[in-house]
Design a protein around this ligand. Structure first.
Ligand SMILES: NC(=O)C1=CN([C@@H]2O[C@H](COP(=O)(O)OP(=O)(O)OC[C@H]3O[C@@H](n4cnc5c(N)ncnc54)[C@H](OP(=O)(O)O)[C@@H]3O)[C@@H](O)[C@H]2O)C=CC1
Ligand SMILES: CC(=O)N[C@@H](CCC(=O)OP(=O)(O)O)C(=O)O
Length: 345
C-alpha cells in the first residue's frame, strides 16, 4: 500500500484529494494536516466523511510528511517550497496542488504571484503535471507542479492544434467560466451567495495569473511563442469549468479533418473524450469525474475553429489530476481510483 498524506487537507483541494484517496485500492491515508481546524476530525468539518474518516487534522505538517510515501499539498501559493524540500530530503514524493512548481521562469512567478522562488535548486526538479502531455517525465518525477484548473481545460482543448500548427496566428482568445469552488473555501466579498447567485461576470479580464502557465505550456507544445488573451468568468455553480477557445485556422483546414486529428491524438486517453461533431460539451456530465469533454465547432464565415473544453475544476482540474499523476509516479494503472461516471441529469 502507498502511504499518502495531505497537508492543507481542510481546504477544498485537500479534502477533494482525500475523498479520492480514501477510495483508492492501493492507498492508505496516513495523515492529514490543517491549522485553523487542527484537532477537529475530518468528519466534524466535512460531514460527508462521517464514519468513513473520523481522524483528526494534526497541526504539524512535518508529522504528515514523515509518515507518508507521497504528500499532496493543498496550500495557498508561496509556502510549499520548504515542505517539498523536507519531503524530497526524506525520499518522499511531493505533489503540489498549488502554483509553486508550475512556472519554469522565476520572473513569471515573481510577476504574477508577487513572490520569489527561494530555493532555485528545488525548482530544477519540478515536473509539470498535466498527465496527457508530460506522461514520461511524470513517471520519473519526485516533485510535481499540478496544473491550474483553467490551464488544464485550455491545454487539453488546444493540444492537437498546437502540435500540428494549424493556427493562422500565434494569438488565441480564451473565454473560461468556473464554478465558485475554484476560489477555495475562504469566503470573500465576491463569493457570497447573494453576489454569485443569479449572476455571471468576468473577472481579472486579460490579467489572470493562469495566463503565463497556459502560454508556457502551449509554447512547449507548438515549439513557438504562443500568446493568449484570457478572460475568466465566475459561474454560479459549485463545480465545473467551461473553456471556449477561438482559433483562426490556416487555409484549407476542414472541421472534419480536425475532428479526426483530435480523435487520433486522444485515442488512448481515457480521460479526454472528443464528442461527436454536432454535440456540445457540457459541464454537467463531467462533474465529480476526472473526464475532460471536448467539442469542436466551426465558424465557417470566418474560418475560425471553436473548441469547447469542460472539466470539474476540483477533479481533473485538481485532485483527480494529482491522483492520476501519483498513479504514474508509482507505476500503477493510470486510472486506478478514478473510474467514476458523471451524473446523468
Ligand atoms: N479550488 C480549486 O478549484 C483549485 C485549487 N488549486 C490550488 O490548491 C491550493 C489550495 O486551494 P483551495 O483548497 O481551493 O484553498 P482553500 O482556501 O480551500 O484551502 C487552503 C488550505 O491551506 C491551509 N493553509 C492556509 N494558510 C496556510 C499556512 N500558512 N500554512 C499551512 N496551511 C495553510 C488552509 O488551512 P487553515 O485555514 O487551517 O490554515 C486550508 O487547509 C491553492 O494553491 C489553489 O490555488 C488548484 C486547482 C484548483
Ligand atoms: C473561481 C476562481 O476564483 N478561481 C480561481 C482559480 C484559482 C486556482 O485554483 O488557481 P491556482 O491553482 O493557480 O491557485 C481564480 O481565478 O483565482
Amino acid at each position: 500500500m502507498i502511504k499518502a498524506g495531505i497537508i492543507g487537507a481542510s481546504g477544498y483541494a485537500g479534502s477533494e484529494a482525500l475523498r479520492f484517496l480514501l477510495n483508492h485500492p492501493d492507498v492508505e491515508v496516513v495523515g492529514v494536516s490543517a491549522h485553523s481546524d487542527a484537532n477537529k476530525t475530518v468528519s466534524e468539518l466535512y460531514p460527508s466523511f462521517y464514519q468513513i474518516c473520523d481522524v483528526p487534522f494534526v497541526e504539524d505538517e512535518d508529522e504528515v510528511i514523515q509518515k507518508s510515501d507521497v504528500i499532496f499539498a493543498g496550500l495557498p501559493a508561496g509556502i510549499s517550497e520548504a515542505f517539498a524540500q523536507k519531503a524530497l530530503d526524506l525520499n518522499k514524493k511531493f505533489i503540489d496542488l498549488g502554483a509553486d512548481f508550475r512556472l519554469d521562469n522565476p520572473d513569471d512567478y515573481a510577476f504574477w504571484y508577487g513572490k520569489k522562488y527561494e530555493n532555485s535548486a528545488l525548482h530544477q526538479k519540478q515536473v509539470y503535471g498535466l498527465s496527457e502531455t508530460h506522461r514520461e517525465e511524470i513517471k520519473h518525477a519526485c516533485l510535481i507542479g499540478n496544473p491550474g484548473c483553467y490551464p488544464t481545460s485550455v491545454q487539453l482543448g488546444l493540444y492537437p492544434i498546437m502540435l500540428q500548427h494549424l493556427y493562422a496566428n500565434k494569438h488565441i482568445i480564451v473565454n473560461s467560466a468556473s464554478g465558485v469552488t475554484g476560489a477555495g473555501k475562504k469566503l470573500t466579498e465576491d463569493t457570497h451567495f447573494t453576489k454569485t447567485n443569479e449572476s455571471f461576470h468576468p473577472y481579472k479580464a486579460g490579467n489572470h495569473r493562469h495566463t503565463p502557465e497556459i502560454e508556457q505550456e502551449l509554447s512547449k507544445m507548438s515549439g513557438e511563442a504562443m500568446r493568449i488573451t484570457f478572460v475568466p468568468h465566475l459561474l454560479p455553480v459549485n463545480r465545473g469549468i467551461v473553456s471556449t477557445m477561438y482559433i483562426d485556422l490556416k487555409e484549407d483546414v476542414k472541421l472534419e479533418d480536425i475532428y479526426k486529428l483530435y480523435q487520433n491524438i486522444y485515442q488512448d486517453e481515457q480521460f479526454v473524450r472528443i464528442l461527436p461533431l454536432g454535440k456540445q460539451a457540457d459541464l454537467k456530465f463531467v462533474t465529480y469525474t476526472n473526464y475532460c469533454d471536448i467539442s469542436l465547432h466551426m465558424d465557417e464565415r470566418n474560418h475560425t475553429l471553436i473548441v469547447v473544453s469542460t472539466i470539474d475544476n476540483m477533479v481533473k482540474g485538481t485532485a483527480g489530476q494529482a491522483i492520476q499523476n501519483m498513479n504514474l509516479m508509482f507505476g500503477l494503472k493510470e486510472n486506478t481510483g478514478l473510474n467514476y461516471v458523471g451524473p446523468s441529469f
